[in-house]
Design a protein around this ligand. Structure first.
Ligand code: PBG
Length: 322
């Protein structure tokens, strides 16, 4: 045999010399759930490696992550039911605890990169990402609300705005609103290809954000489609997105690869709650080895083409590197 591929696998030294993909702390984004109050670290039953934090305990968690080399955080608020309404007015209220938290986090840790969530669902009494009228999610009337929310978040200190709502035209209206308010340096990480997936269940448990009626299929994408993902990415790029995102990750690795190859944009994959919960459960049963599974999983997402990975295992992964 002239060709023996096994020669290039014969030792760790040779294997590491030809390794094509590397994933480190700098590629990870840590999602965190914020609640009102103090002294709270509330484990999420269907996502046991994640917690609902109050600002004080979240500060400590962010401090620990920074020591491990994780400096990017995406923060989601759990809004009390009595602050929700049909038009999500609390989302841009100056008293909003989520906005205030961002300001305080940036004061204490100026080097962190904070990513926001733009969508109506955490603040909407209907539990939908857009405005509900006669049982329909109306697109164009939702846009000014999203723009207002984004400007309030930029003002609060968020470095990157993360529209997760899937309304048409939202990246453009957010970009124009940010620029008009002077936030030309605030970035946009668009949830470009967000599929109508059953894998968001634990996240909705964490935030109590299940839609009150219906589902999200008129705005989130059909899992059978990839052509639509190309259209969405094209639009997001033209509308001024700085990062494009694919979500979920593992079941959509083909979409990650396709968008990375087609657009060469900074590409983010969201290893969502249901994916992390499955992995956690199998490992908790002793069926899979978590120490090996977490790095292999995250590496696979990078290999598919993701520059950055959002995962509830980000901190655990960083710990494993130290
Ligand atoms: C809401 C939003 C969702 C996620 C991120 N932002 C859920 C949804 O669309 O219902 C899901 C993330 C996860 O499952 O980890 N706009």
């Amino acid at each position: 045999m002239l060709r023996r591929p096994r020669r290039n696998r014969k030792s760790q030294a040779v294997r590491s010399a030809i390794a094509e993909t590397y994933i480190g702390e700098q590629h990870m984004i840590m999602p965190l759930f914020l609640v009102l109050g103090s002294g709270i670290k509330d484990q999420i039953a269907s996502l046991p490696m994640a917690y609902r934090w109050s600002l004080d305990t979240m500060m400590n968690e962010i401090g620990e992550c920074l020591l491990l080399g994780i400096d990017k955080f995406i923060i989601f608020p759990a809004i009390p039911e009595d602050l929700k309404d049909k038009t999500a007015t609390y989302s841009y209220d100056p008293d909003n605890f989520y906005l205030q938290a961002a300001t305080k986090i940036k004061e204490k840790y100026p080097t962190v990169c904070l990513i926001s969530d733009v969508a109506m669902d955490p603040y909407s009494s209907d539990g939908h990402d857009g405005l509900v009228r006669d049982g329909k999610i109306v697109n164009d009337e939702t846009l000014p609300i999203l723009a207002k929310m984004a400007v309030a978040q930029a003002e609060a200190g968020f470095d990157i705005i993360g529209p997760s709502d899937m309304m048409d035209g939202r990246v453009e209206i957010i970009r124009l609103a940010l620029d008009a308010a002077g936030y030309t340096d605030t970035s946009i990480m668009s949830y470009t290809a967000k599929y109508a997936s059953a894998l968001y269940g634990p996240f909705r448990d964490a935030l109590d954000s299940v839609p009150k009626v219906g589902d999200k299929k008129t705005y989130q994408m059909d899992p059978s489609n990839i052509n639509e993902a190309l259209i969405e990415a094209q639009l997001d790029m033209e509308e001024g997105a700085d990062f494009i995102m694919i979500k979920p990750a593992l079941h959509y690795l083909d979409v990650i690869r396709e968008l990375k190859t087609s657009f060469s944009m900074p590409t983010v994959a969201y290893h969502v709650s249901g994916e992390c919960a499955m992995l956690y459960a199998a490992c908790a049963n002793g069926w899979l080895d978590r120490k090996k599974m977490v790095p292999e999983t995250l590496l696979s997402i990078r290999r598919a083409g993701a520059d950055l990975v959002i995962s509830y295992f980000a901190k655990e992964f960083a710990e494993s590197l130290h």
